[in-house]
Unconditional design. Structure first.
Length: 323
C-alpha cells in the first residue's frame, strides 16, 4: 500500500500542537524527529547516556511527517494544515517559518523505521520504558513499562509525557483510583498501575489510541487494573452517575492526570474538579510556557490550589489540589 507523506520543518516547541493538527486531519500515523545535536541540554541525573547525533537537524528544529491513505485530497490537507499552523501566532507559539513537502511512500518506508530510534529509557528513579522489541535487563528497583505505541501518541520520551511520569511517581499512592484523560498509548495509565493504583480509567476520543492503550495494558499484564474507554471525562462522569460500574473506578477519584494541549485542558477544568475527591490531585501537562498563566488562572478559578510546577524545555506540568 502507498501513502501520501506530508513533511513539516518547524521548531521543537511546535511539534506537539502540529502533530495534533495532522492527526485531526485524518493521518494514519505521525512521526517526529528532533535535533540530534549534542549541544542540546540533556538530563543525565539518572545516568542516561546519549549516542552521537543521528541527524543533521539544526538545534531547536524538528521534522514532522504525517501519513495519509491513498485517495486523500492532499492539496486540501496541506491548505488546512498551513491555516492551522499560521493560527499558532495568536498563541505566541514559535513555528519557525515552517516549510512543507509532499511525496508518496510505501508502507515499509515508514511503518517500522522509527523503531530504531526508540530504545529503553529510564524516565525517573523507578520508571523505565522498554519497547517491546528491545532486550533489557532491569535493576531490582525498576518498574518496567512494556510499550508499543503503534500510531498512538506517547512513547514517554517527549518532555510532556516524561514530566507526567515523574510527577505521577511523586503523587500516586497504593490503593489510589486514577483517571487518565487523553491516554494515547496508555503509558501514563500503566505507570500509575505499576506505582500501586487500585484501578485506572484511561480515556481517549481517538479509536487508534484506545486500541493501543488496551494492547499495552495487556502487554503489561494489567487488563484487570486498567479500563480503557472511548470517551471524554464528562461522558465518563455521566456514565458513572447512571450507575455503570464497568468503568472500574468509583467517582470521585484520588488522582486525575491529563497530558493534553493547554487549549483542551482549559475546556474541562470544572469536570476534573467534579471528578476528584476533596484533597484529590490533578496533574496537568502538555502546557506550553506561553499558556501556563491561562491554565493556572483557570485552575484557581475552579477552586484548585496550585501546589507544584515542573518544567522541561518549553513545557510545564502543574500539580493542583482540590480544596
Amino acid at each position: 500500500m502507498r501513502w501520501h507523506e506530508v513533511t513539516i520543518h518547524t521548531t521543537e516547541t511546535a511539534t506537539e500542537i502540529i502533530s495534533h493538527f495532522i492527526h485531526e486531519l485524518g493521518a494514519g500515523g505521525v512521526s517526529i524527529e528532533e535535533s540530534g545535536t549534542l549541544n542540546k541540554p540533556r538530563d543525565t541525573s539518572l545516568g542516561q547516556w546519549y549516542e552521537h547525533p543521528l541527524n543533521d537537524i539544526p538545534e531547536g528544529r524538528a521534522v514532522i511527517k504525517g501519513y495519509f491513505a491513498e485517495g486523500t485530497d492532499m492539496e486540501q490537507v496541506l491548505a488546512d494544515l498551513k491555516k492551522s499552523v499560521e493560527g499558532l501566532k495568536e498563541f505566541d507559539i514559535d513555528t519557525g517559518n515552517p516549510e512543507y513537502e509532499l511525496q508518496d511512500v510505501d508502507d515499509e518506508d515508514w511503518a517500522n523505521a522509527w523503531k530504531q530510534y526508540f530504545k529503553p529509557i529510564r524516565i525517573s528513579d523507578r520508571l523505565t520504558i522498554k519497547p517491546t522489541w528491545e532486550e533489557y535487563t532491569p535493576s531490582p528497583e525498576e518498574l518496567i513499562i512494556e510499550l508499543d505505541p503503534g500510531m498512538a501518541f506517547g512513547t514517554g520520551t517527549h518532555a510532556t509525557t516524561a514530566l507526567c511520569l515523574r510527577t505521577l511517581e511523586r503523587v500516586v499512592r497504593p490503593g489510589d483510583e486514577v483517571i487518565d484523560v487523553g491516554t494515547g498509548s496508555g503509558v501514563l495509565s500503566i505507570a500509575a498501575a505499576k506505582l500501586g493504583a487500585k484501578h485506572v480509567l484511561a480515556l481517549d476520543l481517538d479509536p487508534v489510541a484506545v486500541s493501543s492503550a488496551k494492547e499495552n495494558s495487556r502487554l503489561n499484564g494489567l487488563e484487570e487494573t486498567i479500563t480503557v474507554e472511548l470517551s471524554d471525562l464528562l461522558q465518563a462522569i455521566r456514565t458513572q452517575e447512571k450507575g455503570n460500574t464497568a468503568l472500574g473506578v468509583t467517582l470521585p477519584v484520588d488522582v486525575v492526570v491529563a497530558n493534553i494541549l493547554a487549549e483542551i485542558i482549559l475546556l474541562f477544568v470544572d469536570d476534573v474538579y467534579a471528578a476528584l475527591k476533596p484533597e484529590g490531585t490533578y496533574i496537568a501537562s502538555g502546557i506550553i510556557k506561553s499558556k501556563q498563566n491561562d491554565v493556572e488562572q483557570a485552575l484557581t478559578k475552579a477552586g484548585f490550589t496550585l501546589v507544584e510546577r515542573f518544567e522541561e524545555t518549553e513545557w510545564v506540568a502543574l500539580v493542583a489540589k482540590k480544596r
